[in-house]
Each structure stands twice: as C-alpha cells, then as structure tokens.
Design a protein. Structure first.
Lengths: 433, 338, 449
C-alpha cells in the first residue's frame, strides 16, 4: 500500500491549510481506445485538492481537462477507461464503512476510489461529489418540469441514505423503517411533495425568482442563465462535499457569467464545499480559483497558487497562453500566439519528448527527454514539468527551428501541416465525451 | 464525391457485419441471374407443355389421389410424381419451367424496382429540395400536395394510376434480348417485356418519401454557413442547390433509395398478383397463377414467393449496411469548440 | 484586384462619405406565421431582432459590433450584406442602396463585400476540397482562366498561412483554426473592399484565436480592407476595433471610438458589460465589480421606453422623488413582477401560511402577509415613506388586486426610462440613455457617474 506523503501547506490568500488534502490524485491515467489508436487523454496526472478551496484546471480544447473531471467522478464512457493511478478521497466515516469490505482500498482516513467497485463508488455521486456541465440544455430532460427533475435528485439522495446497504445510510442515522416507508409511500406519486418543496427551496437558493412557479416550468421555458442555476440546484441536492464544474459559464453571456460566478462563490462560502473548476477561460480562473493547474496534452504542465501561475509562469506554454489573450484594459501590442496546434494525443505519435517541444520557442536538447515535475525555486506549492525550472535557456543547446518537421510558412501564421489522423482523430473523440 | 473516409467507413462496417455480407451475396446472385437469365435457364420460360404440368421441384415426391372407375368400381388411385433435375423448381399448371420463370422474373422485378426508384428519386428529390430550400409558400404548396398523396393507401393509388395508363401505348414495351439477338443462346424469348407504365406508377406512388426526406435535408442545409457564404459570394440559387444542397443531402437519399427498391419490388409483385402488370413474366404474376393450386401444387406460388423474399431481404440488408456506414457523423464531428 | 473591376461601385461617392451607411435598419422575424396559424386567425408575432439600427463604417476602419447573444448583432451583419431581406431601412454601400441592387449591380456588390463566419465547421462544405472552396468565388464571377484560378487559390492559401499543396484535402482534415483560415482565404479571393467578420474567433482556442487575429490585422494592412467585426468578446473588440457599437435587444445603445467606449463608457449597459468580463490577472478576485441582475427580456415583447430599464442599475426616478438608487431598483423590480403577475402568492412565507387545505390562496392576516411578501421579494430594505407606499400597494395583493397594486406603484414610481425610448442622438460618441439627455430645466444630478 502506498503511503501518503505530507500534505503541502497552502499559504496563499490567507487560507492556511493545516489539514490533509481532501483529494489526492496520484499518477492518474485515462486512455481512450479508438479506431485510430490509443489516445492518452490523461497522462500521469498528480495533484492535491484541499478542503474548501477552488481549484482550477485550465487548458485548451483537447488538453484532457474535461476527461480529468470525468475520471475523478468515475463517469467515463466507453471507449474511455482509467488505466492507472490512485484517487485518494479523505472522509473518515466513509473510510470506516468501506474498511470492512475493502480493506485494501483504505488507508487511515483515505479511501482509494479507483480500487472500489463501481457500485460502491456510485453511492458517492450526488452525496459527496456532484458535477455541473457546460450545456445545461442537454443535461436536463426537456420533457419533465425543472422542479420535478431537481426533486428527483433530492429523492435519489434520500433513497441513497435510506438504502440500508448503501454506505451512507449507516452514517446518516437512517434506518430500515424509513426505507420501508419511502418504498411504500414513495410510489404514490412521481416525486413526493416534500421533495418538490425542497426543490423549490434549492431553486430559491440559486437565485431563481418566483421559484414555486418556475419549478413547474419546462427547461425550454428557462433562459440559459436560469438553466445553469437550475443545474447547480440539482447538483446541490445531495449537499456534496466536492462540486466539479466543467466549463460552467462557457455557454453564457458575460453579464450572466458574472452572475453565475458570483453565485458559485457565494454558495462555496456558505457551504464550504470544495470546487474543482474546469475552464479554458483564464479570466474565470483568475476570478474564482485559489490554486490552478495548467493542462497540456493530458498533463498538468504547471501548477501552483493563482499568483504563482499568473505572475511567475515558468512553463513556456503557460506564458504563451497568457500572452495570447487580448487585454481589455488597454490596446495591447501585437498578440503573441503559440504557433501550431494542440497535439493529437495518439499514443504512437506522442514519443518520449516533452509534448510541448514542437511548439515551444525555448526547446532545447534536454526537451527530447520527457521532463519530470520540478519544484520552482524551491517552492513547495509551485511546480512545473519543464527543464527551465532548473536550467536557464541557452541558445547553444537550442533545437533547430525546423527540428520537428517542415518549417513554418509564415512567422506567426504557423499551423503546421496536419496529417489526416491529427485533426479528426484523438481530439474530437475526446472532446465529445 | 465519395471521400476516403466514406470508403473506409463502408469497408469497416462491411467487415464487421455478417448481415451486410449476406445481403451483398443475395443481391449479387439476384442481379447476375437477372442479367444472364438466358444462359442459366434450362428452358424457355414461356414454353408450355401440358403433359409436364405440375411437376414438383427436384427431390420432392408428390402424390395425387385420383378416383378412377376400375371394373365399374370406384377406386382411389395414387399417382406418384417425382421431381427431376430437368425442372429443378418444378413446373406450373401449364407445364412451364418454374426455375426459368424465376430467373426471368428477376429481370422484371429488378428493372421495375430500379426504374421505379429512379422515377421516385427524380421527382421526389427535385420537389423536396426546391420546397425545403425556398421554403415559405413554395414549401407550403408542394408539401401539402405531398401530404395528400400520402393520405391514399399506396396500393389504391397505384391501381387508380394503372387505370389511367391502361390505354397508353407505353404501358409495356418490348426490349429485345441482346444475348438472343447476338445468337449467343438459342431457344429463349426474343424480347423481354418491360412494363413501363407500371414502373412509372410505382415511382409516382413512392416519390413522396423522397420529397419529405430531401426537404428535411434541404431545410437544415439551407441554414449551414457554407450556403450563406455561397450566397454572399453571389452564387445563384440553382448553383447552390446543385453544388451544396444536393451533394450534402445524398446520404439519406441513397439509404432510402436502397430500401425503396425493395418496397417497390413488393408493390410490383402485388400489382402483378392482381393482374395489372402488363407482363406475364413476373414473380407476382406467377404467385397469382399458383394461387389456385395452393392446396395441391404448393410450389407454383411458393417458389416465386421465396424469390421475392430473398431479393427483398438481400436489398434491405444492403440498405442497413449503407445506413450504418454512412449515417453516424459523416464528416459530422462538430465536437470542436472547447 | 485591378482598378477597372471597381467601375460599377466606385462611382459617385465623395471621399469623405462612409463606405457603408446603415440607416434605420430593421429585421423582424415572424412567429405564428404558418398557413394553419393564419387559418386559425392568430396574428403573427414580430420578433424584433434588429430594430432601427443606424451607423456608418468608414473606409479602412474596423467597426466593432458587440453585444450578448440574441441582441441581433449577427442578424445585422447578415442583413447588411443582404443575405436576409430587411424589414425596413436602408444600407448604402459606396453610395448605392444595397437593397435596390439587382442583376450586375448586385453581383458587383457581392464582389466587394464578403463575410467570414463563426463556425469553422459549418462554414465549409464538407464535400468540397479546400481548393474548390477557395476557388468557388472565382468560378462564380468567372475570374481568369483555369490555370489563373489555380495559381490564385494557391497564393491565397499561402497568404493565410496554409500550404499550397493543401488544395486537394477536405475540410475535416484541418483543425478549427486552419478551417477559419480557409474561410478567410475564400473571403479574400475576390479582393473585396469590405468584410463582415461574424464572430471569427469565438470557436477557437485562445492561442489559435491570437494567430487568427494577427492574420486579420496583417490582411487589413495589406489589402486596405474595411472590417465590421461582430463579437461578444470585449477584449477581442478592444484589441482590433477603431470604433465600437454596443447592441442591446435589437438597438444600438452606444457607439463611439474604441478608446472612449472602453475608458469612459456612457451607457449603463456598456458599463455593466465591461464590468462583467473577468480579467486574467491576479487582481481580479479583489476587483469590486458592479454586475447587473436579471436576464435579457424577450425580443417578442421588449420593454417599453428604454429596453435596458428592467436591468439598469441607474434607472432614473421621478424628479420629485428622493430615493436611493438601490431602493428604487428594488421597488422597480417588485413593480415588474407585479405587472407580470410573476409572484406565487400562496407560496409567500415559509410554511404555507397563506394556503388553505386545497392549496388555494387564502389570507387571514393581511399585515403578516404583506410583511412576508416584502421580505421575500424586495432585494433591498425599503424604509420610511417608500415603505408606506409599498405596503399600501402590496396590501392590494392580499385580495389579489394585481392591477390595483401595479397602478398604485406606477403612480409614484413611474420613470422616464419606461415612458420614452431615449434614442441615439447625433454625435461622435452618442449613448441612448436618458442620463445623457440634454440637461434642460432639471439639474443634472443623474449625470454620468
């Protein structure tokens, strides 16, 4: 059994982390087995998430950030599979209930979710973990009133607690009698009126005006922002400890995005839940997150506190990403884009080098070997997968500009010519998940 | 027009699916027999021989009981007829060789099936694309007409139209058989009767399906930005229909057409069965002929029936293969974005 | 493009006139307009996607059109190019009304004005090779010989940063950014003067977006292009545009030089938009921003007067009323909900006090009901004489007198913003807001903050 290293103190932003991390992800690997070949969507991903923090994962499309979220939740669908790594979740009571049946999966307060059978893991969804998605319209059933759908979620959580075989029930003090009652009584109606009432409360909590009336309406009668609120209400039904938000505001307008971000901040402060926020929008990250991980080609290439990553980026990819955003505060100079495209993530095309080397303006000879994670300047919370953390860039060891294939046609207009497998292969497979 | 991706997809789906292979084999068999019928057929399908009537298929022995007056007494005499390889599928009541008739009947069925589908595709796709692309009043008018057509049961409509074509000279035309003309085979019919009127009728009965599906396609393709782009470049509506709308709506049309060939073959058989075909060399006609003998000579109706089943099943399997291979996200990976 | 190709359109426009002049452009879509609806006698409902929009675009500049989804910015772009027929108004291109053009005149316009679309997937026909896509405009206008066209296509592809030997590939073999480059090459093929860029980068990743923005910038310099850039992304707009028009619910609420719009926005909506964008910097968390509540109203039934008034954080109270903005906003929201009857009376309170056994609305203690309702609905504490007025009006709700309650509130709290549409005045940087009405008799205590 692997031992758990000491948790790292998070000293940024005034929130002193003396606790052990809530979630410890170690060497997580997710693969998609597609016709074009094996796609390494998540590659040896390691990170800690602490109690009550907002952790942001930022990256471009095809970087594997959404797959990471789904892997954590155990929601991958074929042909995707977690093929390796551990996912330690700290919850004392949960550890106690699982210990008897799965002693190997428990270490102290921690439970390795990856070594639990899927039916046990499922009991965590909704009650411990829940998720909100980018597109609320497709996540809600168009033919059932919104209130009923949330009530259903409420009931599902209630049943999970009332189910004597579920792990949660023993901890929540519910017993067989409730189970019998709900079985007998629950069948009278589609959802019980008390669940509906709870649903209305939840809708009010997320700021939907005239919730009793809106609860009876169907998803198509809601605006995009309202739907996103309704989905957050649904995710909150089981009072989860961890909320995974996958691009929660990408489909929304800026004024509505601001409202939803405020709502999430408010809810987080009220309930103290932990949020794992997946986004491509660096502004959203800056607004919401305590700590950030930057993903590229399935790896976290740089992680640290918000200030570490935004003010002292070490990895050239992070620098490139920040340099690509047009500035709202002033007419900036010419943008500094990253040349080229996101790689395909196909296993046989990845090779053993640094995955960013072909687009990197500072690629050196070292980069032909895959970099491990380095701590930046001896910091305990800022780490990056780049040799530049330890060595300085030197022209002498730089790789030729056209080392990785054809020279680029124009100085900055620099998509390299694609091979057919690249554009319709891995990225899209993975994105559509 | 067919990209490598489509080819790959077709191949992949084919290698995966046993049914597709069966379908292809069945359709190829029917197609080849239809083309080379004069070479394969052991007899002239129209040649009658009363002394050889009602012979069962090869390997089948059939016993008829007859009452005969023997020595002034009524006796039951059992006559045993044994099928032989001379008539592998047996003969009908007029002594015509059923095997040969099935082979030649395949020509009628396939020609009417393909011809009728061509008529249906031509009218239906034309109407549908125009209705869907232009929308508004044009669409309202054309599609309400299509709905009315759809309200009639297919067979009833077909019968009415057959009546309409009855007097025409083009109801049936004789096509000379090239193999016989060239002197490659002897003893086969000189020409082959193609029921043109019937083909047009079954086409007209079925055009609505194509109109509906191509209208739907046109409606959605009209919204595509590449159509707007072509408009902004100054392309005419005709150019846009020809260059963008038609090619991009082909996939479902092809799939539907395959399935409609089978449906039209069935309809042709029904009409022939009812005696409205214009040719006497057709599976449906043979089934009608054999109906009276179902109790005694069951094969007369069953063998052409079996031929219809084999053909229709084969084409449908092929259609399923095309649908599975072409449908799922043909270049449709709109998954981009973030 | 050689000069003689311009003969049709370069006539008649004095040099100081704008290249594109849009006047009172309207585009309505009609709902309930099918045959059956007409038979049933249902009146068609107009959806006012674009409702009287006017602006100029000068040669060589980039005008940004910014707004949230559904504000009509894309419809404006398409109607402007006559990809949709307008409901009203006029667009002059090079001195000629685009909607009067026919035949060769229209064809000449099609050469001069092009569009680049948002969706790099749907904007390229999946069944055409890249070569054919880029060649299509040349084919339509019959430019040059076959070999000329082929050479031109290869030139264009290289110019936008693709390889010339990509001509025989299909769009699906390219990434989003590369497809967008193909779309740009197609728009450039006829060497137009004017290009509408309809959200050209919103489907792209930031790093690729930066590549495309740089490319568009270079092309503008090289070919003296005039751009209309439609986008919801304010930072893109700021980076690229010389002047900016802000749209809300089918109307332009503010238009002016980019610098001024971003540094000193005059319309409360523009201000709210700018405030709402999260900045990618570590100061962002501590930035105290003023966001606006509520949703964009439906364009089927836009608010009277100023369309932004239902969400406006600076709505103007009547002159004789002394009231804090927050209190006034809270009362106006209450009014709004009473007028729309969007309050479920029986659900007021926490425990269903105002509900009888059958779930019907039933009030035994009106005072308690009013107190509960105020607690539930009002977003800001209201006190003093305003509280008295509100209490009085809400009391009418206890007996379900909705109209009565609405009227009482309207009498005291009616705003100029709901009576009059402010309209866009003539100036270099106009804003359609009563805050900027010419100060007449009153003082200008509600002036720009």
């Amino acid at each position: 059994m692997p031992s758990i290293p000491d948790s790292r103190a998070n000293t940024e932003g005034g929130c002193e982390m003396i606790q052990k991390p809530l979630l410890r992800v170690r060497d997580l690997e997710t693969r998609f087995f597609t016709e074009e070949g094996q796609v390494n969507a998540v590659e040896k991903l390691t990170l800690d998430i602490h109690d009550g923090e907002v952790f942001g994962i930022v990256g471009e499309s095809g970087s594997g950030k959404s797959v990471t979220a789904r892997s954590v939740l155990g929601l991958l669908e074929s042909p995707g599979r977690v093929t390796g790594g551990e996912l330690w979740y700290r919850d004392e009571t949960f550890a106690d209930t699982v210990r008897a049946d799965h002693p190997d999966a428990v270490d102290g307060d921690y439970v390795d979710l990856e070594s639990l059978p899927s039916n046990v893991r499922r009991t965590l969804r909704g009650t411990h973990f829940s998720m909100i998605f980018q597109d609320p319209m497709s996540s809600l059933n168009p033919s059932i009133p919104v209130g009923e759908q949330i009530a259903e979620a409420v009931e599902a959580q209630r049943r999970a607690r009332a189910n004597p075989r579920s792990v949660a029930s023993r901890t929540q003090g519910y017993g067989l009698s409730q189970y019998l009652m709900s079985t007998v009584m629950g069948s009278r109606k589609y959802v019980k009126s008390e669940s509906l009432e709870r649903a209305v409360e939840l809708l009010e909590l997320v700021g939907i005006p005239d919730a009793p009336l809106r609860a009876k309406e169907y998803p198509h009668e809601y605006s995009g922002g309202m739907l996103q609120r309704a989905m957050i209400a649904q995710a909150l039904a089981g009072e989860p400890k961890v909320l995974i938000a996958d691009e929660p505001t990408t489909a929304l307008d800026v004024t509505i995005q601001a409202q939803i971000l405020d709502l999430l901040t408010e809810l987080q402060e009220e309930t103290g839940m932990t949020i794992l926020l997946i986004t491509h929008n660096l502004g959203v990250v800056a607004r919401m997150c305590d700590r950030v991980g930057v993903m590229y080609a399935g790896e976290i290439v740089e992680r640290g506190t918000l200030a570490d990553v935004f003010d002292d980026p070490v990895h050239p990819y992070t620098q490139g990403l920040l340099g690509s955003i047009p500035d709202l505060e002033g007419i900036g100079a010419r943008l500094q884009p990253i040349p080229g495209n996101v790689p395909s993530l196909l296993d046989h095309e990845m090779g053993g080098r640094c995955y960013f080397a072909d687009r990197c303006p500072k690629a050196m000879e070292e980069c032909l070997e895959h970099p491990p994670e380095f701590d930046v300047d001896g910091s305990s919370h800022h780490a990056t997968r780049c040799y530049l953390a330890e060595t300085t860039y030197s022209e002498a060891r730089a790789l030729d500009a056209d080392y990785f294939g054809s020279a680029e046609p124009l100085e900055d207009a620099a998509d390299e010519p694609v091979e057919p497998a690249r554009s319709d292969g891995g990225n899209t497979e993975e994105d559509s998940r | 027009m067919i990209s490598d991706r489509v080819k790959q997809s077709l191949k992949r789906e084919f290698s995966r699916s046993v049914m597709a292979k069966i379908g292809l084999v069945l359709v190829l068999v029917v197609l080849l027999t239809a083309i080379f019928a004069p070479f394969i057929a052991p007899h002239d399908p129209t040649q009658q021989g009363l002394e050889e009537s009602n012979i069962p298929p090869a390997g089948v022995t059939y016993t008829t009981e007859e009452f005969q007056m023997v020595d002034g007494e009524r006796q039951t005499v059992e006559t045993e007829t044994r099928g032989s390889l001379d008539h592998p599928f047996g003969t009908d009541a007029l002594g015509r060789d059923l095997f040969s008739r099935v082979l030649f009947g395949a020509r009628t069925s396939l020609l009417v099936g393909l011809g009728g589908t061509a008529v249906a595709v031509g009218t239906g796709v034309g109407v549908g694309l125009v209705a869907g692309y232009f929308g508004g009043r044009v669409d309202d008018g054309l599609m309400r007409f299509a709905d009315i057509m759809l309200a009639f049961p297919a067979l009833v409509l077909a019968l009415a139209l057959v009546g309409f074509f009855r007097g025409s000279d083009y109801q049936a035309i004789a096509i000379p058989d090239p193999f016989v003309r060239a002197g490659l085979v002897d003893g086969m019919p000189e020409s082959f009767v193609f029921p043109l009127g019937l083909t047009v009728v079954v086409g007209i009965v079925n055009w609505v399906w194509f109109a509906r599906i191509s209208r739907g396609e046109a409606l959605s393709i009209r919204q595509e930005e590449y159509v707007k782009a072509a408009k902004s470049l100054g392309a005419s509506d005709w150019t846009i229909l020809r260059q963008h709308v038609l090619p991009n709506s082909l996939t479902p049309i092809i799939v539907l057409a395959t399935i409609q060939v089978a449906a039209i073959i069935l309809l042709e058989s029904s009409l022939s069965f009812l005696g409205f075909s214009g040719t006497t060399l057709s599976w449906g006609f043979d089934i009608a002929q054999g109906r009276d003998y179902l109790g005694t000579s069951w094969w007369i109706a069953s063998i052409p029936g079996l031929a219809i089943v084999v053909t229709v099943v084969g084409i449908n399997l092929l259609g399923d293969w095309l649908r599975d291979a072409l449908d799922p996200g043909l270049e449709g990976e709109h998954g981009g974005g973030m | 493009m050689s000069a003689d190709d311009h003969t049709v359109t370069t006539t008649g426009r004095p040099t100081n006139e704008p290249l594109v002049r849009v006047t009172g452009l309207e585009k309505y879509f009609w709902e309930n307009d099918s045959l059956i609806d007409r038979l049933l006698g249902d009146d068609p409902v107009p959806v006012r996607a674009v409702d009287g929009v006017s602006f100029d675009i000068h040669e060589g500049e980039t005008l940004g059109l910014v707004g949230e989804s559904g504000c009509g910015k894309s419809t404006t772009g398409e109607t402007l190019l006559r990809l949709q027929e307008p409901t009203g108004g006029a667009v002059e291109f090079d001195g000629r009304n685009v909607y009067d053009l026919e035949g060769t005149g229209l064809k000449a316009f099609r050469r001069e004005a092009q569009i680049v679309f948002q969706d790099p997937f749907s904007s390229l026909d999946p069944r055409m090779t890249v070569g054919r896509i880029v060649r299509q405009p040349l084919d339509i206008h019959d430019v040059g010989s076959k070999t000329d066209r082929r050479a031109k296509v290869q030139d264009l592809l290289e110019r936008v940063g693709l390889a010339a030997d990509h001509v025989d590939r299909y769009p699906h073999e390219f990434s989003g950014g590369q497809r967008q480059r193909i779309g740009i090459a197609r728009a450039l093929a006829l060497e137009p003067e004017f290009i509408v860029l309809d959200e050209p980068t919103s489907a792209l990743d930031v790093s690729v977006q930066a590549q495309v923005l740089n490319l568009l910038d270079d092309l503008q310099d090289e070919f003296d292009l005039t751009y209309l850039l439609i986008s919801h992304d304010l930072s893109v707009i700021r980076h690229v545009c010389d002047r900016v028009a802000v749209m809300y619910l089918g109307e332009i609420v503010e238009i002016g030089p980019s610098e001024e719009i971003f540094e000193s926005p005059r319309h409360p909506y523009t201000e709210a938009l700018l405030e709402s964008v999260p900045r990618a910097s570590t100061d962002e968390r501590d930035r105290d921003r003023k966001t606006i509540s509520g949703d964009v109203p439906s364009p089927r039934n836009p608010p009277t007067g100023c369309r932004f008034r239902t969400r406006c954080p600076q709505i103007i109270p009547p002159d004789d009323l002394e009231i804090d903005q927050e209190v006034y906003r809270a009362i106006m929201t209450l009014r709004e909900r009473i007028e729309n009857r969007a309050i479920t009376l029986e659900a007021v309170g926490d425990r269903g006090e105002y509900e009888d056994e059958d779930g019907e609305f039933d009030v035994t203690d009106p005072d308690a009901f009013v107190a509960d309702l105020k607690a539930d609905i009002l977003e800001w504490p209201v006190s003093g004489r305003h509280d008295e007025r509100v209490t009085e009006a809400v009391m009418a709700l206890a007996s379900e007198q909705w109209d009565d309650a609405a009227e009482q509130l309207a009498e005291t709290y009616g705003s100029v913003c709901e009576r009059e549409n402010p309209g866009l005045p003539e100036s270099a940087h106009p804003a359609a807001c009563h805050l900027h009405d010419v100060p007449s008799v009153e003082d200008d205590r509600y002036g720009p903050s």
